[in-house]
Ligand binder design. Structure first.
Ligand SMILES: NC(=O)c1ccc[n+]([C@@H]2O[C@H](COP(=O)([O-])OP(=O)(O)OC[C@H]3O[C@@H](n4cnc5c(N)ncnc54)[C@H](OP(=O)(O)O)[C@@H]3O)[C@@H](O)[C@H]2O)c1
Length: 486
């Protein structure tokens, strides 16, 4: 190609000329692993990190009884560790015949340590990880958990790295909404309007974030009312304006006093980077509400979840791989189940899409839709829905429904509410009052549904106003051990 471009014969171009041209074009050799037979293998890397001191204790030879003040020092030191390969995973084979293998590369910082330092501190480690990945032959690198929360959510790292980078947040949003829709369908407490919109109110906490904002965009196309919740009203108002441009008839509200409104919500997606801070008061949540906790660390600790057996708290939407993966060490999920952000990296590799797919905080809903479809093409499935105590069986969900129906008989709209809600929860007075303080009401009901969220939310739902109650297939995966670092 170089000769053709130069329009010269091989004799006219010396080895030094070739070297110079390759150098200028920044063409570098990629490591190939000969297998002896033709296999269409694509390679990826994905960066993980410990979520807390508990994970450090599991990963490093630190005695379990190490006192807190010593662990604080270990946590600080671990943040300075150079990236290292946690494991290599292979035998991921798509129904298309494409095959992927890759490396989980860990950096040492916990969310606390990463947030305490400048983004550059984390960028430097991520760029070292990208170099390491490239040397191993990886053609794309994904960013796990807080590695894409710090700074500008992957933009700088993608610009500086020599291989394409993706945050995986498109598939994370897709997985979260996919799981929420499945859980709500199995709960059977909601109705679908004739126009296929869900007759319910939903809230996204952390709505200005990368996963939160795109989730809110999709939910605005699907639900009667969407509440954008967070801690910076200006960002939420900006998002609301942008959503209304896309979906002019949506009913969108913004709030920073969102605890006041929890008692009125049928579904909540919480996806903040609060890193263990108290984010929402579960005691105010409406009985029968489905909460999808996307955050890692979780926004709702197990102790909070235990207080409300009449509320279904699920842990985002994890993805099951198409074939039995080999070599993968535990990331705190059942066998063959991975986080959606890792799944995005793998799907892009299987598809041969070595490109910067998702970066920044303005995730596009078209990409959510695209990665959802590509995932299906490559045999990815939504893993069994789980919560802090493992997979939810149909019996466990039925129990939540029974408790929710009972609790609704005496439900007053949350512990701090002054008045009982009207028969239909969506017109509860206390919530309406709180809205008027902090939110701005907009246009009427949207008419167009979005895919995949809308499709998932209305999937199998009849067009007429009917209770959604068809039970899903019983989940099979075992409970997740708490050993993860993704
Ligand atoms: N489950 C999965 O597969 C998966 C995949 C990827 C990421 N995650 C997790 O998902 C979460 C969100 O990721 P992201 O990339 O969307 O992060 P992001 O873009 O940084 O967004 C975080 C959001 O949380 C809000 N927030 C932070 N602290 C808060 C607090 N104390 N109270 C209320 N809101 C708060 C931020 O508000 P401001 O804008 O006002 O700061 C922002 O809206 C993280 O916990 C991440 O680890 C999970």
């Amino acid at each position: 190609m170089i000769l053709a471009a130069l329009d010269k014969t091989p004799e006219e171009v010396s080895d030094d000329d070739f070297d110079e041209i390759l150098d200028e074009l920044k063409i570098v050799p990629r490591l190939l692993h000969p297998t002896g037979k033709f296999r269409n293998i694509r390679r990826f890397a994905f960066v993980i990190h410990p979520l807390s001191q508990t994970y450090i204790k599991k990963g490093l030879p630190v005695p379990a009884a190490t006192p807190k003040f010593v662990m604080n020092q270990v946590e600080r030191l671990a943040a300075h560790l150079p990236p290292f390969v946690y494991c290599k995973m292979d035998n991921i084979i798509s129904p298309t015949g494409a095959e992927a293998e890759g490396w989980l590369i860990s950096i040492g910082g916990t969310p606390k340590e990463m947030l305490a330092r400048s983004p550059e501190f984390t960028y430097r480690r991520l760029l070292l990880a990208a170099k390491m990945a490239e040397k191993k032959g990886a053609q794309i690198m994904g960013l796990g958990a807080f590695t894409k929360v710090v700074g500008d959510a992957g933009v700088t790292v993608a610009r500086r790295a020599t291989i394409p980078v993706t945050t995986g947040n498109s598939y994370s949003a897709s997985g979260a909404l996919w799981a929420a829709a499945d859980a709500m369908r199995r709960m059977g407490l909601l109705e679908i309007h004739k126009n296929r919109k869900v007759a319910a109110k939903t809230m996204v906490i952390g709505a200005s974030g990368s996963i939160g904002s795109v989730s809110a965009r999709l939910l605005a196309m699907t639900f009667d009312e969407v509440y954008l919740a967070g801690r910076t009203l200006s960002k939420l108002d900006e998002l609301k304006a942008s959503i209304l441009q896309e979906t002019p008839n949506a009913k969108v509200f913004t709030t920073v006093d969102y605890n006041e409104l929890l008692g009125d919500m049928d579904m909540i997606v919480t996806s903040t980077s609060g890193a263990g801070k108290e984010i929402l008061d579960i005691m105010r949540v409406k009985p029968g509400c489905v909460i999808t906790d996307v955050a890692r660390p979780l926004d709702l600790p197990a102790s909070d979840v235990a207080k409300r057996p009449d509320v279904l708290v699920i842990e985002s939407g994890e993805i099951e791989l198409p074939t039995k993966v080999h070599g993968m060490k535990s990331i705190g999920l059942p066998d063959n189940v991975i986080y959606a952000c890792l799944a995005e990296t793998i799907v892009l590799a299987l598809e041969g899409r070595f490109e910067v797919f998702t970066v920044g905080r303005d995730t596009e809903w078209e990409k959510v839709k695209e990665i959802y479809k590509l995932g299906l093409k490559h045999g990815m499935k939504l893993a069994a829905i789980s919560g802090v105590n493992g997979v939810f069986s149909d019996e466990a969900i039925a129990k939540v429904v029974t408790l929710a129906k009972k609790a609704r008989l005496t439900w007053k709209g949350g512990v701090h509410a002054k008045a009982a809600p009207a028969k239909k929860a969506s017109v509860a007075k206390p919530a309406a009052k709180a809205v008027s303080k902090t939110v701005v009401k907009t246009a009427s009901v949207a008419t167009k549904a979005a895919k995949p969220a809308a499709k998932a939310a209305t999937k199998k739902a009849p067009a007429k106003k009917t209770v959604v109650s068809k039970p899903a297939k019983a989940p099979v995966a075992p409970a997740a051990p708490e050993t993860a670092s993704a």
